[in-house]
Design a protein. Sequence first.
Length: 429
Amino acid sequence: MRCIAVCIIVFPVLLLGQISWTEHIIDTDFDFASCVTAIDVDGDGDMDILGTAHDDGVVAWWENDGNENFSKHTVANDFNGAYCVHAIDIDGDDDVDMIGASDLDGLIAWWENDGNEDFTYHALTPLCNSASACQGIDVEPDGDVDIFASDHDAGGIFWWQNDGNENFTYDTVGVGFAGALGIHACDLNGDNSVDVLTAGMFTHSIAWWENDGSENFTERTVVSGFTNARSVYAANIDGDADIDVLGTALGMNRLSWFENDGNENFTQHIIDNNLLSATAVCAADMDDDGDIDIVGAAYLGNEFAWYENDGYENFTKHAIAVYDTGAISVFVADVDSDGDLDVLGAAAVVDEITWWESDVVGVAEGGNNVIQSEQVFSTIVTGRIQLPDDRSFKLYDITGREVHSANPAPGIYFIEADGEITQKIIKVR
């Protein structure tokens, strides 16, 4: 048995109610910027940025030099209708590959990283009608990364099973879900199998497909009458050990969270009914006070905003930016490696990829300590994160995705033990 303790430096948390944001524009000529995300692409310990430009057919990443000076690298310039990119190690060689969805060509493809950030294109078959989202995750799980995708025009949710040698077999999750937009795969019902959430633009609903553990999927409804449902996300909003759902309804200018009662019966709580053409949502602890806040984007409202949770799921809206025409995609990550969470956004009409620097410091120097699994306060760790193997320990990033590397990029992570979050880790290098 491995050591059950993790040696860290303990930092008490400084609680702040408001955050000031400093804008840093990455690209102003990224034609119809449709998606933004972040990960350490080149393995140098800092956070890089990825995005898609729909009208240029471009998939690109911006290399961070460690001081938040970004250099653009084009992965593809002929991916017609590039709409989504997701970065993950597909082939298990410890570098970051990329998955993309193209709504005009109907393609789901992945780009293999040779370890030097030279990418080789691999298309998956069959074609979709209009691929709108993609995500890589180990579905079975068998130790390799599979791929989920949604098809807007066909109203389908599909997955490709990886045989471990990057030979992919296509299968259907669900069909007849008109206007499928967005994919969020996670274990929604706590049965240790990967389920899938999707928003339906034309079904006016959010649904999830329950995995029976053998990759047979059954459609379940989170909410109906959610006009022009546009995006979906999942996180434990109320801290009760089950996973809740968040979504935006573009046609209602609405951002809501849906409380899970523990049996996957969902109650809607409206956060904002005036987020004009609400397009995107994600969730994380933005102010480092121990609860989950929410970040949203509004296409016609031209705004990015965050909603502060008071710890009782009462949310106060705060502006991040109010002039980004066509705000369409949002992501949170510690871009500058200072221990707090920054916000990234794609604005389609002004063709911009931007990040906003948070001024939350949130930590003050302390001393060495040995952290036991029962302690829940925020900590800082350097180097490898060691997990004991005598209990069911898992490591998650701020997006709720499981992390399998023992030495992940700098950022904020959570340790789960026997189904409960027991530790928040801020990895600085």
